[in-house]
Design a protein around this ligand. Sequence first.
Ligand SMILES: [Zn+2]
Ligand SMILES: [Zn+2]
Length: 343
Amino acid sequence: MQIYETTTKFPNTSSTGPGCTIISPPDQSTPKPLFSGVVLDYAQLYAKPHNGVHKPFNFLPSCSMGFVKGECESGHQFAKLLLCGKEWCPDCGADGSASNKRRIARWWGKVMSMSEMGYLVVTVPPQVRESFKNKAVLSAFRTYVKRYLQRQGYDKGLVRYHWAGEDGHTWHPHLNILVEEGFLPKKVMVSLKRDLGQYFKRMFPVSLKGKEPKINLWYNYANPESEKFEAHKIHKLKYILRATLTKIDVKGNAKHKELARILKGFRTTSTWGKWDKDKENTSELASLEAGKCPHKECRKPLKWQGGQDKIIKLNNPNWSRVILKPIDGGYYEIKGVLPIPPE
Ligand SMILES: [Zn+2]
Ligand SMILES: [Zn+2]
């Protein structure tokens, strides 16, 4: 029995615009005839409109404003859950969260294309950490380190700030960097340390009282010959992309609130150089994140409806009619729209 039209376009959900149909939830107790000879069991249909692993309506992050709708050039339709992506959000900051999965999908091709993998951690000395509660300072430091590495011949790399220590709240900004490199001679590390010491002394003369601070650097690398090399890359990718500032109280603690304000809109991750040989990621999520249709046979460009007024709020009654098939990372395919139940 055909229970919905798969060709039906998602309804116009603007509350004032033309074509808007606001419906009340169907009466769950009495199935009503829609066409002669066919009885639709609405109670059953509406109870499980999302035939997937998790039901979106009881798995929605509290931060989400709703969905945006997208369509590929072939007409496949998708819904993308809007997420705040903040590290301290109980949903977005969790390991394995939709937000985290999306980030991993965006970096995967780059990380997996690396033929060697060196992992460098550059910390900020305790004496100047307070000064790093500033977007311009954070950004300048990252650029400085990146340029230093470029001068050393690293023509591409990935960088991500971790903000806090293991406790999830102590301010301890440090850069996590992945470069295509194996063993790093000691003299390179010594020279980087010296260079960074001078940088901090020059930039923060008052906090450091004119002295060069002690610099903490960590470096390790993976052996590409090892059978665990690929697994190691994935492990590093996930480790670096995890959220660290997860335990701050942005409502009750004034300092934490201020920190959240400073970090708002700051790009925690960045890459440099040319990545012309990214390993192809054929996952549906990676396609969606790259703006392409996730259907293997399609992969055509996908357009998301932009603008505040295009956001489909979660309390929009039209959602109760949409049949969504979960994909991954808070994306859904719009499989159809249930007919408006008869009065
Ligand atoms: Zn969130
Ligand atoms: Zn498509």
